[in-house]
Every structure is written in structure tokens, then in C-alpha cells.
Write a new protein. Sequence first.
Length: 160
Amino acid sequence: MNTWYFISVFLHVILAAFWIGGMLSLPLVILPGIKQHPDRIAILYKTGIAFRFYGWVALLALLATGLLNMYLRGLPFTWVFFTQNSYGILVSWKFLLFTGILAVSGTHDFFFGRKALEEMQHTDNSRLRQLARWSGRINLLLALAMAFLGVVLSRGGALP
Ligand code: HEM
């Protein structure tokens, strides 16, 4: 294993930490911090849009460094590997979950979340807010599952 492999895994882990940390910072830090603020909705909107940009950059970079990890480890990109090898099967699960993350993040970031914040400026539409909240929670769970699979992969890649 060469230095580039270690750099790629390092970046992958930092990106995962950034992405998961960013998702947690909204409900755990920002929301309680601005609860009584008169411009709460405007602040939420601005921070949401800013994180949306960096979040998508991190997601794409996670895909790139994930593939690079495999390449620099000398693993094959073949159908047999992805369907019959225990390490390859776990990577296939990561691809599947990643597709789920793209779908949930897309609807959350560009539809429920954005629309909920837009509507909160005029009315209190709790249905959209609930949808935004739940899609955010599902995304967090998917992200944690990805990190768990990653830890298993890094240590050999076989689950019982
Ligand atoms: C389709 C996209 C992805 C692919 C192909 C991928 C692939 C991989 C691979 C091959 C490894 C093992 C690296 C090694 O030790 O050689 C790994 C580790 C890891 N991945 Fe991913 N990954 C992807 C997305 C993600 C995402 C979205 C997250 C974050 C939520 C994530 C979090 C992690 C973590 C935390 C590790 C563990 C590193 C360690 O314990 O040393 N991955 N990933």
C-alpha cells in the first residue's frame, strides 16, 4: 500500500466526518442556538443553503475517494468481485446505500427542506416541516450505515 492510498483513505474519513458532523450541527447546535432569534427562519435558510453546497461537494468527493480507495488497494472492478467476494458485496451495499442517499438528499435539499423553509416565512405548514425533518433523519441513518460498512471494509471486509 502506498502513500496515495493512505491519503485517499484519510480524505475519505475526513469527508465523512464533515458530512455527518454538518448534518448533526443543524439540530444539535444551530436550531437550539437561534430558537428565540427574531430572524430564525432567514438564518436557517442561509445556513441550510450554505451547507447544501458543501454537503453535495463532500458527497461527490466521498464517491471519488471511495472508488480511489479500492483502486489504490489493487481491488478489481469486476461483476464477479462485486457479487461473489465478501469485500466486494459490502462495497455493493455501499453503492446501493449511496444511491439511496442521493435520492433522499436530493428530495430533502431541493424539495421538502427548501419548500418548508420558504413556507415557514409565511405560514406554519407542519406537513412539509415533518417531511423535511424525517428525510433529514433517514439521511443521517444512511450516512451512519455507510460509515459502519466503511469501518468493516477497512478491517478486512467480512460480516458474519
Ligand atoms: C459510493 C460511495 C463510496 C464508496 C465506493 C466507498 C468505499 C469505501 C472503501 C473501499 C472503504 C475502505 C477503505 C480501505 O480501508 O481501504 C471505505 C471506508 C470508509 N468509508 Fe466509504 N465509500 C463510499 C461512501 C462513503 C460515505 C458516503 C461515507 C460516510 C458517511 C463513507 C464512510 C467511510 C468510512 C468512515 C470508512 C472507514 C475508514 C476507516 O475505518 O479507516 N463512505 N469506503
